[in-house]
Write a protein that binds this ligand. Structure first.
Ligand code: CIR
Length: 252
């Protein structure tokens, strides 16, 4: 499995913020945490390919938002925040060597953080970043390959994957205040600890789960279920409203 990542931009402190108040970010510390995240991906069996930082793109470390890669195709996103659209160029170049490419086009917008792929099911958050036109285009691009695309309204959070992620192929970790568990009835639903609303964003990979050390009660819920959880400190990127899935694009 390949994990594409991107070095943190020195301009990170000028990132987009929606639900988080701006506080100072320690760039060196953020880079050290990001490197530890990459090591966690490596220890889960990924080969990490890191793209270079770009000073003109504050949010470019959050590479997940720029593309969605499945086995057959990589779909280049058109991010909802216009400041983030230039981020796709370098990712396109990297993905062109790995997959055939397709594109979300104007007036569609989709952030990869709104796209949760579990097997052949693709859940797409209708959010402030992702619109109906974008979801329609994504469905047209993926359904020929047998993917079933479902739109899901989110509330109170930035992206669908702030609210729900897959811990395995059959279980999801979810915050019921941000997304309805009813939509995930086909899965074993694990809820985040109520006092840890941001805890649903984890990377489930090759039978292991990478979770943020900021959410010990949720981590305990996962380990009690028998899941093999690896924790990383992601506190600096959290100040930029980023979590764990957003820092990589995984390709199997
Ligand atoms: C933004 O607002 O776009 C960035 N500051 C954070 C993006 C985080 N991405 C993600 O969760 N997929």
């Amino acid at each position: 499995m390949i994990a594409l990542t991107r070095q943190i931009s020195p301009s990170l402190s000028r990132c987009e913020l929606t639900h988080v108040e701006r506080t100072p970010i320690d760039y060196e510390r953020a880079c050290a945490q990001h490197a530890a995240y990459e090591r966690a991906l490596t220890s889960c069996g990924c080969t990490v390919r890191r793209l270079a930082a770009d000073d003109s793109m504050p949010d470019s470390v959050f590479i997940e938002d720029t593309a969605v890669a499945v086995e057959e195709v990589a779909v280049m996103m058109r991010p909802g925040a216009s400041s983030r659209r230039p981020e796709t160029a370098a990712v396109r170049d990297a993905l062109a060597r790995l997959r055939p490419l397709a594109d979300i086009e104007e007036p569609g917008t989709v952030d990869g953080g709104d796209v949760l792929v579990i097997g052949r099911c693709v859940f797409v958050g209708l959010s402030t970043r992702t619109n109906e036109a974008g979801i329609f285009q994504l469905e047209s691009l993926l359904s020929p390959y047998g993917y079933d695309v479902t739109a899901i309204q989110t509330q109170g959070c930035l992206h669908l994957k702030s609210a729900v992620t897959a811990v395995t192929g059959s279980a999801v970790l979810l915050n019921p205040s941000w997304v309805s568990p009813d939509r995930f009835a086909a899965y074993d639903v694990i809820e985040v600890a109520p006092e840890e609303p941001g805890a649903a964003n984890v990377v489930g990979i090759n039978g292991r789960v990478i979770a943020s050390a900021a959410y010990p009660r949720t981590v305990e819920r996962l380990t009690r279920r028998g899941l093999d959880v690896l924790t990383v400190d992601a506190s600096e990127l959290a100040k930029a409203e980023g979590a764990l899935t957003c820092c990589s694009i995984l390709l199997s």
